[in-house]
Design a protein. Structure first.
Length: 286
């Protein structure tokens, strides 16, 4: 365990250097070495969090997206914001939100049994309080039910979409319990941040999100753009209630308008941040 923490601390220092003005190929090289070694250990120590994982390649991408590019960066005047994390996977984003807001209440939903086991383990390792986990899928269906779900033995990537395509993995079908997205939203008086990453199922949430915009102050949704018309149609719905930004890096957030939608290309993921246009809460993504 001491060896794990030493390697993790070394990596964390290198991340800080890389994230500052001291960026260069030497730092990148040592980052690569630390990455490779740490993958074999199955643990990662970053920003005072020890994270257990199984899929090194996917985990490296998530760590870069969350902690380095800060795609999920969010600021609020509240010190106890309510955050819904749908598609929590192994808990990286939930732990990141806990780092931003230690007193926050986070409700994390993850149907993949392998990922969920790691989510709970990472919560226990880091002795996180105020993080409530649910091993259940969130669907656009009106009623709770048992549904088909597709997982991979090679990765913690999973989906409820039958014809979901990811050439990196082979998926197998399992049965999981589900709960209605509408029911989740109805159970909260107010949600400061809604985070969604559900590998293609996000489009089914949009109508309910817009209908309940008065109680969802902000959101971060990863859209999987397989059908450009479908994507544009749903973004236009969101624009009626929210200011939107397209996020690749925290420093590279660009506002989304109906005109800018023409720059979006098919077969890519787009992380969209939304802030309620009529919000009176002093919070932002910047």
């Amino acid at each position: 365990m001491l060896q794990i923490r030493f390697i993790g601390r070394l990596y964390s220092v290198l991340l800080i250097l890389k994230d500052s003005s001291v960026t260069g190929r030497v730092v990148d090289y040592f980052l690569f070495l630390a990455n490779s070694y740490n993958y074999n250990l199955g643990y990662w120590y970053i920003y005072h969090k020890l994270i257990k994982f199984t899929d090194g390649k996917h985990f490296r991408y998530v760590i870069q997206e969350v902690f380095l590019n800060k795609v999920y960066s969010f600021f609020s005047e509240k010190n106890k914001p309510v955050i819904i994390d749908i598609g929590a996977n192994i808990g990286v984003t939930s732990l990141y939100f806990k780092d931003l807001f230690p007193k926050s209440k986070i409700f994390a939903f993850e149907p993949n049994p392998i990922a969920y086991t790691l989510l709970v383990r990472n919560k226990e390792i880091n002795k996180v309080s105020g993080l409530y986990t649910f091993n259940i899928a969130v669907t656009s269906q009106e009623k709770s039910a048992t549904i088909d779900f597709y997982i991979s033995n090679e990765s913690v990537v999973s989906t409820a979409i039958k014809d979901y395509r990811d050439e990196r993995f082979l998926f197998k079908k399992i049965k999981v319990k589900s709960i209605s997205f509408k029911k989740i939203i109805a159970s909260f008086k107010f949600i400061d941040l809604l985070k969604v990453d559900v590998e293609g199922s996000e489009y089914g949430y949009i109508n309910t999100l817009v209908q309940n915009a008065d109680k969802i102050d902000a959101f971060i949704i990863e859209f999987h753009v397989k059908d450009l018309n479908q994507f544009k149609k749903n973004i236009k719905k969101l624009l009626k209630k929210y200011l939107l930004w397209n996020t690749l890096y925290v420093e590279d957030r660009t506002e989304i308008t109906e005109e800018s939608l023409n720059s979006i290309v098919k077969d890519r993921n787009v992380t969209v941040c939304g802030k309620l246009r009529t919000s009176t809460i002093n919070s932002s993504f910047f």
